[in-house]
Design a binder for this molecule. Structure first.
Ligand SMILES: [Zn+2]
Ligand SMILES: [Zn+2]
Length: 308
């Protein structure tokens, strides 16, 4: 089959939701176009932003870095830096760190890293040991501690924005997860551009309109090296079920993931009318916080790592 865009080359991929069949070159260009369209639709950046790309070493974040490098060429006043958090997961994160840094070297991008050990005094492996009797799950606290680490690293990098690699599937799964868990109001927080508060570096999601399989195909046809083993602590049971259901639905009814994303977008203005949270400063660490003690510090207290 010929490519429906150029009509010359052989198509390698059919996009069921749009009916296009694309050759490798037109496919890659279409991904860049999709990302650029999302960036301008949601006003993610200023022309002179210094952008920190959060790179874990997985396919989404490494692809995002390559795509941002491509797009940044058109914005000479903008700057890029890659940031990586080393949670300290033996046999997993250490390898991903190498892959992340190798990609940065290839692309000539400055790469800053920070570790849980340096920030909190312990690696994630050690925290998992410490937390055995607390009933807390690794993903629950790793997420909170990593968000904090990314924010601190982004400030160190003097970044105006942090770009994270959440793709369309991630966003749609989170929307459904919030419905299932009885927290529909949280759907209002799933945004392509986060709210901005003092001390918080704003987060943006340039891949939010790119389906996961297209990110994977982009990485594959571009010969991008990434880590593809899952985190040993990942507990994705419910999210995985939702992923499978959504993929089956998408196959039968192409475009359904975009439809769910659009529904959440239409809901957002109503959900945002909920009272704004008051941001203050954590009395322990001095980082931005909703209450007197920030979420990461509350966790560290619960784990017995710091004292109240
Ligand atoms: Zn083509
Ligand atoms: Zn704190």
């Amino acid at each position: 089959m010929r490519c429906t865009i150029c009509g010359r080359r052989e198509a390698i991929y059919t996009r069921a939701y749009s009916g296009e069949s694309l050759c490798e070159s037109c496919f890659k260009k279409s991904i860049i176009r999709k990302v650029k369209a999302a960036i301008s639709k949601y006003r993610m950046f200023e022309y002179d932003d210094r952008i920190a790309v959060a790179v874990s070493g997985g396919k989404d974040s490494v692809s995002l870095l390559h795509i941002m490098v491509e797009i940044e060429k058109e914005f000479p006043k903008a700057g890029l830096v890659a940031i990586t958090v080393d949670e300290g997961i033996k046999g997993y994160r250490d390898e991903a760190m190498k892959i992340a840094s190798k990609n940065c070297q290839q692309l000539g991008i400055e790469h800053l890293t920070i570790s849980f050990e340096e920030l909190y005094g312990y690696t994630l492996d050690e925290i998992v040991d410490i937390s055995r009797d607390t009933g807390l799950t690794p993903c629950a606290y790793c997420g909170v501690l990593r968000r904090r680490a990314i924010n601190i690293l982004a400030r160190r990098a003097k970044a105006d924005k942090v770009a994270t690699a959440h793709n369309l599937d991630d966003e749609v799964q989170t929307i459904i997860l919030n419905m299932i868990r009885g927290e529909p109001l949280r759907i209002g927080r799933i945004k392509p551009v986060s709210a901005s508060y003092g001390g918080f570096v704003q987060r943006v999601k340039p891949l939010c309109e790119v389906p996961e399989r297209e990110v994977a195909l982009y990485a594959y046809v571009s010969g991008i090296e990434f880590q593809d083993i899952p985190c040993p602590y990942a507990e994705t049971a419910l999210r995985n079920d939702i992923r499978n259901i959504l993929n089956r639905l998408e196959e039968k009814h192409p475009g359904i993931k975009y439809a769910i994303l659009r529904s959440a977008e239409r809901l957002r203005p109503y959900l945002e009318k909920a009272p704004e949270v008051e941001m203050g400063i954590c009395k322990i660490c001095g980082e931005p916080s909703v209450g007197e003690i920030c979420q990461p510090c509350q966790l560290l207290i619960k784990l017995g790592i710091i004292e109240n």
